[in-house]
Design a protein around this ligand. Structure first.
Ligand SMILES: Cc1cc2nc3c(=O)[nH]c(=O)nc-3n(C[C@H](O)[C@H](O)[C@H](O)COP(=O)(O)OP(=O)(O)OC[C@H]3O[C@@H](n4cnc5c(N)ncnc54)[C@H](O)[C@@H]3O)c2cc1C
Length: 480
């Protein structure tokens, strides 16, 4: 083992949370190291975590490719565009995705260099006294001591005991981003964000997709009306979503040269079975804490295996912080970004804070689903008086001109103060529009503020303007 190296900040994990913490700490003049164990498809170290390698960015690349293909068959005709024999070259599509991944993971390495963050490639274990021992890919070990250590170890897919990942037939997101051909029948366990997004990709390319969801309600965390509208649109696209369907068995059997998965599930009508060619298990993610903590560090895990932290991401152990998917709060890249920055600033003696109440949520399906703040269901439960205003994209000139009239916007405001408590959207481009709600809520604005702010015409954002006006029954472009 080489001599111990000293740093002001040692970050474990170079995903969204970790690389933000490392770069911001270095910007603030702190001597910073960042350790990451991940390798890319080419077997070389790849920074950027789940998000850049096998999450946010590659999934959006495939969603975009498959959307272009789907639009050719479903939207182009209306515009008068015709074509013959459109084909999808899956290898080319996946290759494009891999190129984008490489560009961005390589980009983090360049940002580390530009900001003088020292990268270490290997697996880090935190020991007592803020010492991190790193087992590097060449087998050697280095020991880093940080005045501060930031744990940003992220998360891993949850595996079902009866449906072990084999990387080919039964897969998680990693496998489903790399199918070499369109599966004829794709089964998905879990109608959450990952199941819906990756299910949509392969559906648009021609797979028969069945999503089995154990919960009786569709997208229970979203606004109920948004979920209902989205479910209707997904059904129109041919996504078969079975609710209250609890899978108990997944047997991989050989069929000639290929394999298929025999699924057993139960629903309100009793035991059912179905056969698929590929199975994507997307039942959630768990904090990655295996091998991370040696005995005696004092860092505690909660009942879900996440690192326990306070509202400032401090673990309670002097100089040890934790951020991103490995701690409480939504498992979203941008939540990790903000926590990473906040912790670096706190370490540097600056104020740092993340408001978990204004973290936006987005599902990048077609139509997109997005929200920030509370839902009507939550407000009812806590007894907060509220009022709402909604506006459909079908009455928005820009959306109709684009051939994308599905969905609506709903503004929820406090019944007495008019303060915006939530913005819920389903429709085209709402992943961008949701930030009007984030800004309004961060500035503690009211529905009236939103209604009085001039929005360009014709834009999709006019739906927010009209929805805000509808809160006080003064929407111009619909009956109130
Ligand atoms: C298919 C899919 C799509 C997604 N799409 C979106 C999206 O559109 N928008 C969004 O906001 N979120 C999305 N997410 C979630 C998002 O990817 C995560 O919330 C985000 O990556 C979490 O960031 P993180 O830095 O906490 O952890 P991670 O990104 O998981 O990074 C942790 C890193 O730490 C490394 N590591 C772990 N332990 C150690 C150790 N002991 N030593 C060294 N290195 C270690 C890991 O190798 C990894 O590189 C998606 C996830 C998936 C799976």
């Amino acid at each position: 083992m080489s001599e111990q190296q000293n740093f002001d900040v040692v970050v474990i994990g170079a995903g969204p949370a970790g690389y933000h913490a490392a770069i911001r700490a270095a910007q603030l003049g702190l001597k910073t190291a960042c350790i990451d164990a991940a390798l890319g498809k080419d077997g070389k170290p790849a920074l950027g975590g789940t998000c850049l390698r096998v999450g946010c960015i590659p999934s959006k690349a495939l969603l975009d490719s498959s959307r272009q293909f789907w639009n050719m068959g479903h939207l182009f005709g209306d515009h008068g565009i015709s074509f013959k024999d459109a084909k999808m070259d899956v290898g080319q599509m996946v290759g494009r995705k891999d190129k984008i991944v490489k560009q961005f993971t390589g980009g983090i390495a360049m940002l580390f260099k530009a900001n003088k963050v020292s990268p270490f490639y290997g697996f880090g274990t935190l020991h007592k006294g803020n010492v991190v021992k790193v087992k590097q890919h060449d087998g050697s070990e280095v020991e880093l001591k940080g005045t501060n250590v930031v744990i940003a170890a992220g998360s891993d897919s949850i595996e079902l005991p009866f449906a072990k990942f084999d990387g080919d037939t039964v897969v998680d997101n990693v496998g489903a981003l790399d199918f070499t051909e369109v599966p004829k029948r794709l089964g998905v366990i879990g109608a959450g964000v990952i199941g819906l997004e990756l299910g949509s990709v392969w559906k648009r390319l021609g797979a028969e997709v069945t999503i089995l969801e154990a919960m009786p309600e569709f997208l229970a965390t979203a606004d109920a009306e948004v979920a209902k509208t989205a479910a209707k649109e997904f059904k129109k696209q041919g996504l078969d979503i079975k609710l209250g369907a609890k899978v108990s068995k997944a047997e991989v059997k050989s069929k000639g040269k290929s394999k298929e998965v025999h699924l057993t599930y139960s629903d309100k009508d009793g035991e059912q079975s179905m056969v698929v060619d590929k199975l994507l298990v997307a039942v959630g993610r768990k904090a990655a804490s295996k091998g991370l903590l040696a005995d005696g560090t004092g860092v505690k895990l909660d009942d879900r295996g996440r690192i326990e932290v306070d509202e400032h991401c401090h673990t309670g152990v002097d100089g040890v912080w934790a951020v991103g998917d490995c701690v409480r709060g939504p498992m979203l890249a941008h939540k990790g970004f903000e926590e990473g920055i906040a912790v670096a600033e706190l370490i540097a003696g600056l104020p740092g804070h993340v408001n978990l109440d204004t973290v936006p949520w987005v599902i990048y399906t077609e139509p997109e689903i997005a929200w920030v703040g509370q839902t009507e269901q939550q407000l009812k439960e806590e007894g907060t008086p509220y009022k709402t205003g909604s506006f459909p994209f079908a009455a928005i000139g820009r959306a109709v001109a684009m051939g994308e009239p599905a969905g609506f916007v709903k503004v929820i405001a406090h019944a007495e103060t008019d303060r915006v408590l939530g913005l819920h959207l389903v429709g085209v481009g709402v992943s961008e529009l949701v930030h009007e709600g984030v800004l309004t809520m961060e500035f503690k604005g009211s529905a009236d503020d939103l209604a009085r702010i001039c929005h360009a015409h014709p834009t999709l954002s006019e739906a927010i303007h009209d929805a805000a006006m509808a809160v006080d029954k003064r929407a111009i472009h619909k009956a109130n």
